[in-house]
Write a protein that binds this ligand. Structure first.
Ligand code: ADP
Length: 173
């Protein structure tokens, strides 16, 4: 029997406090932590997350933009952190839209592969990486909607917006 695709929820808040099976980190390619949501996740989750990231980089090298890897969530309420690397905005003609879409798609596929039923995303690339927020919001929602039918066991996707602007953009869409 075909299941109905999972629901999408849009919330304002701090993703580190979100009790989803997996929360997504907008990581850097080095997976070594950084500022923004990346810093917040490593700080709240504790050193186990960085240790797992170091192991991954030692085995497979840095994570290219658009790809995703999974680690423990350490002390966070989530079970896993899925680290995906958003594109750095440089005008929009260097494959940024495809890379951003790949982040959402690959994170969802990886969550499903690890038997997650709920997953929470931040607004990938819209901080330091400078992706225009309206375009990023559109890609996020369109990609999640396209991918959900491929991952029928995912029941809920939460977009956790740290900033009111992203929250309003997503609500409008
Ligand atoms: P990027 O380098 O991908 O742009 P940033 O961390 O700078 O990553 O920003 C990505 C988004 O995450 C931004 O919209 C930022 O406001 C948001 N953000 C920062 N901290 C948190 C948090 N604790 N929970 C959810 N979103 C957050």
């Amino acid at each position: 029997m075909t299941k109905t695709p999972g629901k999408i929820e849009i919330l304002r808040g701090d993703i580190t406090q979100t009790a989803a099976d997996a929360i997504v980190n907008a990581a850097k390619s080095s997976l070594m932590g950084g500022g923004g949501v990346d810093g917040a996740i490593h700080q709240a989750g504790g050193p186990a997350i960085l240790e797992a990231c170091i192991q991954i980089v030692n085995q497979t090298g840095p994570c290219p933009a658009g790809e995703a890897v999974i680690t423990t969530a350490g002390n966070l309420p989530a079970k896993y952190v899925i680290h995906t690397v958003g594109p750095v905005w440089s005008g929009g003609h260097k494959g940024e839209p495809e890379k951003l879409a790949n982040c959402y798609c690959n994170a969802l596929l990886l969550a499903a592969k690890n038997h997650c039923r709920t997953i929470a995303f931040p607004n990938i690339s819209t901080g330091v990486y400078g992706y225009p927020k309206p375009e990023a919001a559109q890609i996020a929602l369109a990609t999640i909607k396209q991918t959900l039918p491929l991952v029928p066991d995912i029941e809920k996707v939460v977009m956790v917006c740290f900033y009111q602007e992203n929250f309003e953009l997503l609500k409008q869409l």
